[in-house]
Each structure stands twice: as C-alpha cells, then as structure tokens.
Design a protein around this ligand. Structure first.
Ligand SMILES: Cc1cc2nc3c(=O)[nH]c(=O)nc-3n(C[C@H](O)[C@H](O)[C@H](O)COP(=O)(O)O)c2cc1C
Length: 381
C-alpha cells in the first residue's frame, strides 16, 4: 500500500508518517511504532520462555518497528519486586533472550530490553531472596503504599549505590553481547532511578540529594557506567515520567527551563533517546504550547524522542476523540504530531496486547479489523 490514509470528520490524513523508516543508532527501524514496555510476569526462574519469545515475535511480525521489552531486572537481588519477571543476567536468562532476539530480528524488527530496579516498591519477603529488603535513597515508605502496611526501604549506602550501578552496567554489556539493538533504562514511574529524582523519596544530604539537577546524580553516574560498558555507538534510551505511582499529577519539572536542566545532565552522561512516559500522548505538557512531554524532550535536547499514552485505545479510534470522557485522542491527532516532527517514535502498549497485528492493520487500512483492548488481554501473553 503506497499511501494509506484514514478518513476523519473533516479531512483525509495519510498514515505515511507512521510508516517512515528511522535510523536508531545505525539500525534502520521499519517504521515509527515502538512496543511500550509491559511487565508480563511469565518468566519463571527469571528466564524468558519459548512462549515469551513467541509473544514478542508476533508483535514484530504484526508491524512493530522497535520492541521495548517488559521491565527486566539486572542481577541484583534488591532490583526485583514482582513475580516471574525475567532477568538480564546469567547464562540461562541470556540464552532465553537470544531466542527472543532471533525471532524479532527474523521478522525485520529491532528489540531493546528495559532495565528496571524497583527500589522501595520492593518489600522484605519478595522473590528471589525473601531476606532482602527494598532499597531506596531515603527511609521513606513509598507513597504508592499510602494507607497500606509497608516498610521503609534500606537506605542505600555508597557501597550499595556502586553495586547497583555496576549491576546495571553489567546488564547493559550482556544486552549488547547477546545481540540486543540497544537498551532502555527505566527512570520513570517512581521506581529506583525515579525515586532519586523525586524530592518526596530522595531527602539525602550527600551528593545524590538537593535540587532536581543534584537529584539526577545517581542517574548520571548510572548512565555513564552503562555508556562505558557498551561503548559509544550502542543506543541508550532513557525512559522518564513526570507522574509518579503515588502522585499521578506530579510535575517534577514545572517549567521548560527546569526540564532542560534535568535532561541536559542525562544527555551529557550519554543518553541517545528520551522516552517520555505520559498517560495520554495528546496532553500539552506546559502552558502556552501544545507540545507534549516527548515534544519538549526533543526540542530541548535535540535528541530523538519517543511518545506514548493511550494510542489506539478508542473504540472508534479513526475519529478524533479529543474532549470525550475517555480523555484519549484519535490516531489523527497522533499523525498530525508526527507530521509536525514533534517526536520520532510512538510507543503503543495496551492496544498491542489485544491485537499483535495492530501496526499492519493500520498500515493496510484494516482498522475495522483491530481487536479492541479489554483488560482481560493484560493477563495473557
Ligand atoms: C500490563 C502493563 C505492564 C506495564 N509494565 C511496564 C513496565 O514494565 N515498564 C514501564 O516502563 N511501563 C510499563 N507499563 C506502562 C506502559 O509502558 C505504557 O507507558 C502505558 O501502558 C501507556 O501506554 P498505552 O496507553 O499505549 O497502554 C505497563 C503497562 C501495562 C498496561
């Protein structure tokens, strides 16, 4: 199909901007669709199974250009907070990942793992070592647990910080060696890296605490260590969010100037691409501009940016749904933003759980065949 188009109320829009190729650090992506990282909890003993490999292969065949895997834990016992999450460490887990990667590459797509440490979300008693408590920057019970009984984390010493950074760097190197096309660091949603960013969870008085720029120090050292481990060419994507589990309305950077100072530190440390996690891609981030968080990331840093949030989730997603009670916008709003070059890639999450062929169906004008998302899709691979 040369120039597939969708009809909206007012006009006909080409879907071509979604299907242009993209240079991802030397790897050519077949289109602008990324699969958003989604925890699946289907990897017993930390090893991705053949069913996990098939799950990712199907999405690659179904039209995703870049797969960002579910969050995967680096080889540190405190990094884990949910059952059956795969690791990115050790021969067995990496052999499982090799099968995943081979299937995705065969389908002509690229794949990167999302490396994830849950920090103080973890509680004593959780796998893989029940005696290991959650780790955090400060002894603050995670606000996510408000109203529930939960323990404050072990406050990370310099030695813990060094060990954790080394675990991330080792995971990054193992990712490169096994054949991934880059890595994503999970710096969003108030997990460990974001717990250092957030003033509520980081009340340290050493070099890791202070104002927002000082609170990037842990992430900066972590990115530098990963960069040193993988070399200058291997793409490092950094996912971040303003919102936090425990405070969905939070704005860590209240102005573009604050955001620029924050992102600038991460750029200097070696980040290549920013993945700005928002719940709705069509939300303006700051007053006075319609740019979303990914748009601002790109404008302020000059680096490629990935947008995300409720893409393809309308029951009638061909029409603009701005202003409807669901608060989601239609694909025409997405295409307009892509046409304006506000960001480079768009990550699709839940819509890909219910329909692995979402991308192909959009490209081929078969939107009517798309299987609508229902929460039941979250339970299955
Ligand atoms: C089942 C599920 C698991 C998720 N797990 C992760 C995760 O491991 N890491 C992460 O950064 N975000 C995770 N997210 C958030 C998604 O990456 C994405 O940002 C969010 O679902 C919004 O995109 P969507 O509206 O297209 O689904 C998860 C979302 C869902 C629905």
């Amino acid at each position: 199909m040369n120039d597939p188009a969708i009809a909206t109320n007012e006009t006909t829009l080409s879907t071509a901007p979604l299907f242009k190729s993209f240079d991802f650090g030397g790897t050519t992506l077949k289109n602008r669709i990324a699969m958003a990282p989604m925890t699946r909890g289907k990897s017993p003993n930390k090893i991705p199974t053949d069913a996990v490999a098939e799950y990712y292969r199907k999405r690659a065949e179904g039209g995703v250009g870049l797969i960002i895997t579910e969050g995967v834990n680096p080889g540190h016992p405190a990094s884990s907070g949910y059952p059956d999450v795969p690791w990115i460490d050790g021969a067995e887990a990496m052999a499982g990942w090799k099968k995943v990667i081979d299937g995705v590459h065969k389908a002509g797509s690229a794949i990167i793992p999302q490396i994830w440490h849950v920090g103080s979300i973890r509680q004593t008693g959780m796998e893989p070592d029940a005696s290991v408590p959650g780790y955090g920057p400060s002894p603050i019970v995670h606000p996510y647990y408000e109203g529930k009984e939960a323990e404050a984390p072990h406050v990370m010493t310099q030695c813990d910080i060094d060990e954790t950074i080394a675990a991330f760097a080792s995971a990054a190197k193992q990712s490169r060696d096994v054949g991934f096309d880059g890595i994503e660091l999970h710096g969003a949603h108030s997990y460990l890296i974001d717990q250092f960013f957030w003033a509520v969870t980081n009340q340290r008085s050493d070099k890791y605490g202070g104002d927002l720029v000082q609170r990037t120090t842990f992430a900066v050292e972590l990115v530098q260590a990963c960069r040193a481990a993988v070399g200058p060419e291997f793409p490092i994507v950094f996912r971040y969010s303003q919102w936090k589990q425990g405070d969905y309305k939070h704005k860590m950077a209240e102005t573009p100037q604050e955001l620029e100072a924050f992102l600038g530190k991460l750029c200097d440390a070696g980040v290549d691409v920013f993945h700005a996690s928002t719940r709705r891609f069509d939300d303006a981030e700051f007053e006075g501009s319609t740019l979303n968080l990914a748009g601002w990331s790109r404008k302020l840093t000059g680096k490629p940016a990935i947008s995300v949030g409720s893409v393809g989730l309308d029951s009638d997603f061909l029409r603009s749904m701005v202003g409807k009670s669901s608060g989601t916008a239609g694909i025409d709003a997405l295409l307009r933003r892509l046409e304006r070059d506000e960001f480079d890639l768009v990550a699709v999450g839940r819509a890909l759980l219910s329909d692995a062929e979402w991308g192909n169906k959009v490209q081929e004008g078969r939107e009517k065949e798309i299987v609508p998302f229902t929460p039941a899709a979250m339970a299955e691979l």
